[in-house]
Design a protein around this ligand. Structure first.
Ligand code: SF4
Length: 251
């Protein structure tokens, strides 16, 4: 067993990570460090794996994924690659997507969009639906709250839209961080001016996963921040709808 494996969790019968009933495969490693991250244990990059180890891992994961084919077929579901950031392990991701395509399993990629544009584009060619996180538009705020620049994220989304890629937008609603009047107005303008995407899922912040920060001895920036009220969530939903978006609350 590797010290820091490439995959940190597999969740079967998932109903919040794309259409239908899905198996979600969580990749280890993320270039970002969002203050509200529910999976802080996924941020550390995994150790390198040999070609032989990768062959075994792909075979094992496909075996797991294929167990629930009947549920995927009945519900219009499939498999979702999430994380962490799956694009930080492009070879493994590519191999899995390729096998799923061969076996006609519907695939979703859940991504922050912080990735090399060429990698993202080639991966998008063999993915059925990309679940793309738009958190913040302002460069300084994105850098403070995630640790990286927002430019690749916004440029990559424009690129996907220009190439008519199937994308569903995810907007994490985080009080005091992404949930500000200015940021919401910026997200709406950015999407309308630069993309064709009008389907958006609002993902309200919740307190699950908080205990992990203590266990990992990591600073918990969300300690004193409460989940947004249902009234606030409804108001933000209305604001997006008023601007022509199709809104779903949750995954
Ligand atoms: S992109 Fe996702 S996994 Fe990575 S730090 Fe942010 S919330 Fe966590």
């Amino acid at each position: 067993m590797m010290d820091n494996p490439a995959i940190f969790k597999i969740q079967r019968y998932s109903i919040h990570d794309g259409p239908g009933i899905r198996t979600t495969v969580f990749f280890q490693g993320c270039p970002l460090s969002c203050r509200w991250c529910h999976n802080p244990e996924s941020q550390r990059m995994p150790g390198k794996i040999s070609s032989e180890e990768m062959d075994k891992l792909v075979a094992k994961l496909m075996e797991e994924i294929e167990k629930d084919m009947i549920f995927y077929d009945d519900s219009g579901g499939g498999v979702t690659f999430s994380g962490g950031e799956p694009l930080s392990q492009p070879k493994l991701l590519f191999r899995l997507l390729d096998q799923c395509q061969e076996k006609e399993i519907h695939t979703c990629l859940d991504t922050s969009g912080y990735a090399d544009p060429e990698i993202l584009f080639s991966i998008s060619q063999i993915t059925d639906l990309i679940l793309y996180d738009i958190k913040l538009i302002d460069e300084a705020a994105y850098k403070t709250l995630t640790g990286k620049s927002v430019s690749p994220v916004l440029n990559n989304l424009k690129l996907l839209s220009n190439r008519k890629t199937n994308v569903s937008i995810r907007f994490p609603l985080i009080p005091e961080m992404t949930d500000t009047e200015e940021n919401i107005a910026d997200v709406i303008s950015f999407l309308k001016e630069n993309t064709d995407y009008r389907d958006i899922h609002i993902l309200p912040f919740h307190k699950a996963g908080e205990g992990k920060y203590e266990l990992l001895k990591m600073k918990n920036h969300m300690k004193d921040i409460a989940a947004p009220s249902p009234k606030r969530v409804a108001k933000v939903k209305e604001q997006f709808e008023f601007n022509g978006f199709n809104v779903t609350i949750g995954g």
